[in-house]
Ligand binder design. Structure first.
Ligand code: ADP
Length: 204
């Protein structure tokens, strides 16, 4: 079973992914936890390029290809073998992030993004995608209250994050069986309990 977490930065994805992974492990489940971009030697090198603030000249299409290159390496080297051997794979972000950020956020042509996502995923589709839905004001509040400057996020622009969030909402609408929207404005434990209920119904 392949479970992915999606949402805008600071929506609480990794908090919830960690809680779910712990819960699965406690119940004896053989679970592999990954986060994108990364997870293989090559994908981690690509991650460094993507996160390097000095790479100001990076174009939107270069980002699209780099995220996708890191993903295809992860799928082939790690995700597909793990799923084949019956493990549960939990991934913090997958190709829906590319659709939401590069497609809806940066405005690249949706059909192009879909095609590249399909190539990069090599036929691997999440069984369940949990979209942690939080409004942009809340994300900015969390960013500030964790002691970080909101500059980096706010310099990307409120509009950008609104567009990414709208993108996720559209994606969720288009694939309601796979894509479950979780209200991320509630306390961590309440959200976790809902996610655990959903995952249990899918795993059994
Ligand atoms: P993401 O992986 O989506 O970037 P994180 O899980 O790292 O988000 O959470 C970002 C910040 O928000 C952290 O400081 C975390 O403690 C806080 N946070 C996560 N979930 C909640 C929640 N439900 N309510 C309030 N704060 C939260």
């Amino acid at each position: 079973m392949f479970i992915t977490f999606e949402g805008i930065d600071y929506s609480g994805k990794s908090t919830q992914a960690n809680l779910l992974v712990e819960c699965l492990k406690q119940r004896g489940c053989d679970v592999l936890f990954l986060r994108e971009p990364g997870g293989t030697a090559i994908s981690e090198k690509i991650r460094e390029i993507l996160l390097d603030r000095h790479n100001l000249a990076i174009t939107q299409k270069t980002e699209l290809f780099l995220f996708s290159a890191a993903r295809t390496q992860l799928v082939t080297e790690v995700i597909q073998p793990a799923l084949k051997s019956g493990r549960v794979v939990v991934c913090d972000r997958f190709y829906d992030s590319t659709s939401a950020y590069q497609g809806y956020g940066r405005g690249l042509v949706p059909d192009d993004v879909r095609t590249i996502n399909r190539i990069a995923a090599s036929g691997t589709t999440p069984d369940l995608t949990l979209f942690i839905n939080v409004d942009v004001d809340e994300v900015f509040r969390r960013w500030r209250s964790s002691g970080l400057s909101a500059d980096r996020m706010e310099s990307s622009g409120r509009r950008f994050f609104e567009d990414v969030r709208t993108g996720y909402q559209e994606l969720a609408k288009s694939e309601p069986k796979r894509f479950i929207t979780i209200d991320g404005m509630r306390p961590v434990e309440t959200i976790h309990a809902e996610i655990w209920r959903i995952v249990q119904t899918r795993i059994i």
